[in-house]
Design a binder for this molecule. Structure first.
Ligand code: B12
Ligand code: SF4
Length: 400
C-alpha cells in the first residue's frame, strides 16, 4: 500500500483528482490532499509524511506548481513529485525542471495506480504508460496508453477527499461529470489538441450510464447534503438519446436543481422540453464566444451561426429556462447588434478573465480585450512564453 498526497493552491474540488483518488483507494492505496499556499503545504507534508506527491496543473498554475515543488525539495522532501492535468499533457517538457520527477499526459487513473503499486513493491517506475519519468538524470518518455473505454468501470469520484476538510464540508453544491471528451474543433479549446494527441488510443467521447449518474447524485445528496448540481461536462447535449433518457430519469427520481453546459446548434424542442419537464433546470450555459460571426466561426472555429444562437435562445425562453452565455467582453457591440435576443449584462473590463486564452505550444489562440476582438496565433515560443507570464500575472492580480 502506498500513500499518495495531492497538493493544490486552488480551493476547488477537482473531479479529476477525486476520480484518481477513488481509483487508488479501490485498489488498496491511501490518499490525502493538502490545500494552501507553499508554506502551509510544506508544514502539512512534514506533519503527515507520504510516499508520493501529486500536483494537478492547468497552465495558469504551472509557475506556482514549480515554485512549491522546488521549495518542497529544498525543505528536504525526498519522495517523488508528479505533475498531471492539462499543462503537462501539452507541455511534457515540464519534466526537465529539477523539482519534477514525473509528469502524466492525459488520463491519470490507471497510470497512478501503476505508480502506487510499483512504489509499494519497489518495482521499476520508468515504463508506465502516459508518464515521462526522470531517473538518474535520464528521461524516459513513455508512450500514451489507451483512454479508459468504459468510464462506468471507474469508481465514483472520491468526494470525501475534499469534504473531510471543513472548507468543503458544508458546500451545498457539487460538480458532477457524466461524460468525457468533445468532438468539436474550436480553435481556443484544449479538446482539439487532446483529440489529436489521443488519435489511435481509443474513443475520446465517452458516457457514463444514466443510472450510474443518478445513483451518484442520490448518494452525494444523502451523504453530503448536496442540494444543487452543476454538470461540468463541456457539452452536455452531444448525444441526444442519452440526454433524453437521462432527464426522463432525473424527472422521476431526483428533485435537485441543476445547471449544465450545452451547444446552441444542438438545441431542439424535445431537449429543451426535457430540461423544463424536470422542474429543476436553473439555467443552461452556452458559448457564444464572440458576437461577431466572423470571429466566432472563422477564427474561433465555433461553427455556430447567429441564427442558431437566436433559435436556441428562443427555445429556452419558451420553456422559461434562463440562458447564461459565455463570450468575450470585447464583443459587446457586435453581440447586441447581431444577436438582439440576448439581454446581456457586461462585467467591467477588470473582471475579464483569460478564459478565452489557451496556450498549447505554437497553437495559441488569444483574445485580447480590445474594442473589437483580436485573435492571434502565436508561432514564436518566446512570445508565447511572454503571454503565458502575462496571463499568469493577471490571474495573480485578480486573486489578490
Ligand atoms: C470543470 C472545469 C473547471 C472548473 C473546476 C475544475 C475542476 N473541477 O476540475 C472551474 C470552473 C473552477 C474551472 C476553472 C478554470 N478553468 Co477549467 N475546466 C473545467 C473542465 C470543463 C472540466 C475539468 C474536468 O473535471 N475534467 C474531467 C476530469 C476527469 O479530467 P481532468 O480534470 O483533466 O483530470 C484528468 C487528467 O487531466 C489527469 N490529471 C489531472 N490532474 C492530475 C494530477 C496528477 C498528479 C496526475 C497523475 C494526473 C492528473 O487525470 C485526471 C483523471 O483522468 C475542463 C475541460 C475538460 N473537459 O476537461 C476545463 C479546463 C481544465 N479549464 C481550463 C481553464 C483555462 C480554466 C480557468 C483558467 C478559466 C479562467 N480563466 O478562469 C479556470 C482556472 C481556475 C483555477 N484557479 O483553477 C482549461 C485549462 C487549459 C490549460 N492549458 O491549462 C480547460 C482544459 C478548458 C479549456 N479551455 O481548454 N474549470
Ligand atoms: S464545443 Fe466546447 S468543449 Fe467542444 S471543442 Fe468547442 S469549446 Fe471545446
Amino acid at each position: 500500500m502506498a500513500k499518495v498526497t495531492f497538493i493544490q493552491n486552488v480551493w476547488f474540488e477537482y473531479i479529476g483528482i477525486a476520480s484518481i483518488s477513488a481509483f487508488l483507494k479501490a485498489h488498496g492505496h491511501e490518499t490525502d490532499i493538502v490545500l494552501g499556499d507553499t508554506d502551509d503545504v510544506i508544514k502539512k507534508i512534514k506533519e503527515s509524511p507520504t510516499d508520493l506527491i501529486g500536483f494537478p496543473c492547468m497552465t495558469i498554475h504551472h509557475e506556482w506548481v514549480i515554485e512549491c515543488a522546488t521549495k518542497l525539495k529544498e525543505s528536504g522532501v525526498v519522495v517523488p513529485i508528479i505533475v498531471g492535468g492539462p499543462h503537462p499533457t501539452f507541455f511534457p517538457e515540464m519534466i526537465e525542471h529539477p523539482s519534477v520527477d514525473i509528469i502524466c499526459r492525459g488520463e491519470g487513473e490507471l497510470p497512478m495506480k501503476g505508480l502506487a503499486d510499483a512504489l509499494s513493491s519497489d518495482n521499476s517506475i520508468n515504463k508506465i504508460k502516459n508518464f515521462w519519468v526522470k531517473e538518474n538524470g535520464k528521461i524516459y518518455k513513455n508512450e500514451l496508453g489507451n483512454l479508459v473505454e468504459d468510464i462506468d468501470s471507474l469508481p465514483d469520484p472520491d468526494r470525501d477527499l475534499y469534504r473531510k476538510n471543513k472548507y468543503f464540508r458544508n458546500e451545498e453544491y457539487a460538480q458532477v461529470l457524466v461524460s468525457r471528451g468533445c468532438p468539436y474543433q474550436c480553435s481556443f479549446c484544449f479538446n482539439i489538441q487532446f483529440n489529436k494527441l489521443h488519435k489511435g488510443h481509443g474513443k475520446t467521447v465517452r458516457y457514463r450510464s444514466a443510472d450510474r449518474v443518478i445513483k451518484e447524485i442520490k448518494e452525494i445528496k444523502d451523504k453530503h447534503g448536496v442540494g444543487y448540481i452543476q454538470f461540468i461536462d463541456s457539452t452536455f447535449n452531444l448525444n441526444k438519446r442519452w440526454f433524453l433518457e437521462f432527464f426522463e430519469k432525473y424527472k422521476d427520481e431526483l428533485d435537485i436543481p441543476f445547471t449544465c453546459n450545452i451547444r446552441a446548434n444542438l438545441c431542439d424542442e424535445r431537449t429543451a422540453k426535457a430540461l423544463a419537464d424536470t422542474g429543476n433546470c436553473v439555467s443552461v450555459r452556452f458559448g457564444v464566444e464572440s458576437g461577431n460571426p466572423r470571429v466566432r466561426n472563422e477564427i474561433l472555429k465555433k461553427n455556430i451561426s447567429d441564427e442558431q444562437l437566436i433559435e436556441a435562445r428562443r427555445m429556452y425562453k419558451k420553456y422559461n429556462i434562463p440562458v447564461k452565455i459565455i463570450y468575450d467582453n470585447s464583443s459587446k457591440q457586435s453581440l447586441s447588434k447581431n444577436i438582439p435576443l440576448f439581454e446581456v449584462k457586461f462585467l467591467p473590463k477588470e473582471y475579464a478573465s483569460p478564459a478565452s486564452t489557451n496556450i498549447y505550444g505554437d497553437k495559441v489562440a488569444i483574445l485580447l480585450w480590445e474594442e473589437e476582438p483580436l485573435a492571434i496565433v502565436i508561432k514564436n515560443k518566446k512570445i508565447a512564453d511572454a503571454y503565458r507570464s502575462f496571463f499568469s500575472l493577471l490571474w495573480k492580480t485578480a486573486k489578490s
